[in-house]
Ligand binder design. Structure first.
Ligand SMILES: NC(=O)c1ccc[n+]([C@@H]2O[C@H](COP(=O)([O-])OP(=O)(O)OC[C@H]3O[C@@H](n4cnc5c(N)ncnc54)[C@H](OP(=O)(O)O)[C@@H]3O)[C@@H](O)[C@H]2O)c1
Length: 419
């Protein structure tokens, strides 16, 4: 039986969850290896967990210097975590981390350093915690060409949208998410899309060898979504979700994060609550679906332990650095979608004609135009769905619509189709 000596840096939610999970005997048996926590870097105690006889260092930078095989980085954040990981690598230690922010922002530098030192950096828990997407892409689907990765990758956004679909307002759903511990006291990172952007950046690296950090790509959160959008979408048999996408378009990669309307019968549309879900379009297996818990101390511990087991079995190597030219990221303005436009309009003679002429100006065909019941403010909501057009044309049309005098409010949501 292999013995792996590990040091844990950080002593918060995930670190204590890992420590407790590692003390289950079952894990040692299942892994056919012994994972011993030799030391912990904790700048203060955590009343939630007693570290018993394990040696504790108050300076996390002492951990890479100990007689261990693996440094487990669980402090979060970017710059100090980067420094710690690079120190561990320089000391010849393997690294396991759950930190998506550091991998997204410094992945290339960290992986280059690890290759040069002949050590491994594993990061399963950084995307969807214990839901095993990273190794699935690296190992089991390694023989496939992946043409599209699409995922609902942020539990907070998924929970809020599911609750709004059941009739809650955005603010009510956010308050419950915070009370239940699904959302941080400052939820902006989640609801503005950055958390999902970090995760799709990492998945695009695995699927297409794009850089970490990636070139700029389009990121939009869920703050512009209203409860009525769900009801109007349902009339079109569409569900409203927050989606992160990385997709091959010729020799470039389209990366984007934003709300979408999708077929209500699709597999991703059926996911409710905080669960994360990912769909991979592959050439050999066809569509692969994966769904599971994307956060929480137990789920994250599961992802971290799977990395430790891989290290013990030495069967997980970093993908070699792509020898092709840097991956091009598609300009978002040239991406093609069908669109849902929402307008609030004063009942004025000629309003409909001026609205349809805005679409005609940019050559956009309309699939449907429906006036819903008047709102309390006596405005008429108009829902328009279009045929496929470019993002550039859709944005130009939105701008023109917003300048029409009868239109007091306007927005668009992209419709995601199978491809
Ligand atoms: N929570 C989840 O469900 C989840 C899921 C997937 C991935 N992750 C990732 O796991 C990592 C840890 O998350 P968490 O939820 O466990 O966070 P957390 O509860 O805030 O714990 C972070 C720990 O790191 C310590 N720390 C931070 N900076 C430090 C420094 N400069 N020196 C020494 N100690 C430092 C903190 O100490 P103090 O208490 O003294 O500040 C705390 O003990 C993050 O990268 C997160 O993105 C979390």
């Amino acid at each position: 039986m292999t013995e792996l000596k590990v040091g844990i840096c950080g002593w918060g939610n995930v670190a204590t969850g890992l420590y407790e999970a590692l003390h289950g005997e079952k894990i040692a048996q299942l892994a056919d290896c012994k994972i011993s926590v030799t030391c912990i870097g904790a700048r203060r105690d955590n009343p939630r967990c007693d570290y018993g006889d394990t040696e504790v260092f108050r300076d996390i930078f002492d951990i890479p210097e100990q007689d261990i095989d693996v440094v487990i980085e669980l402090i979060g954040g970017v710059e100090i975590a980067r420094e710690l990981i690079l120190k561990a690598i320089a000391q010849g230690k393997h690294v396991v981390t759950a930190n998506k922010a550091v991998i997204y922002n410094h992945g290339d530098e960290i992986f280059d350093a690890a290759r040069a030192q002949g050590v491994q950096v594993l990061f399963e828990a950084s995307v969807c915690a214990g839901t095993p997407i990273v190794k699935l892409m690296q190992n089991e689907l390694g023989g496939n060409k992946i043409s599209k990765v699409s995922g609902m990758l942020n539990g907070t956004s998924n929970f809020i949208l599911s609750s709004m679909e059941e009739g809650m307002s955005f603010d009510e759903a956010l308050t419950i998410a915070q009370e239940e511990g699904y959302a941080e006291p400052d939820p902006s990172f989640d609801i503005e899309g950055m958390d999902a952007a970090h995760k799709i950046g990492i998945l695009a690296y695995l699927a297409y060898g794009s850089s970490l950090p990636p070139a700029h790509f389009y990121v939009e959160g869920i703050t512009n979504i209203a409860s009525t959008d769900f009801q109007y979408a349902k009339n079109h048999k569409l569900a409203l979700k927050h989606l992160a996408v990385a997709k091959l378009v010729d020799d470039a990669v389209e990366m984007r994060v934003h709300p979408v309307l999708m077929d209500e019968k699709s597999s991703l549309a059926s996911l409710q609550g905080v669960r994360n879900g990912i769909e991979l379009d592959t050439n050999l297996v066809g569509k692969v679906h994966l769904a599971g818990s994307g956060a929480g101390r137990e789920s994250t511990a599961s992802g971290l332990i799977s990395d430790l087991m891989s290290l013990a079995r030495s069967n997980n190597k970093l993908p070699s650095r792509p020898d092709h030219p840097p991956v091009k990221i598609v300009e978002f303005s040239s991406s093609i979608f069908k669109y849902y436009f929402y307008l609030e309009v004063d009942d004025e003679l000629g309003a409909a004609a001026s609205i349809t002429s805005c679409f005609a100006k940019y050559g956009i065909s309309l699939e449907s135009i429906i006036q819903e019941d008047h709102l309390q403010n006596n405005k008429a909501p108009i829902i328009i769905t279009t045929d496929s057009t470019s993002e550039k044309n859709a944005q130009a049309t939105l701008e023109e619509l917003s300048n029409l005098s009868p239109v007091s409010s306007s927005k668009l949501i992209r419709i995601e189709r199978d491809s």
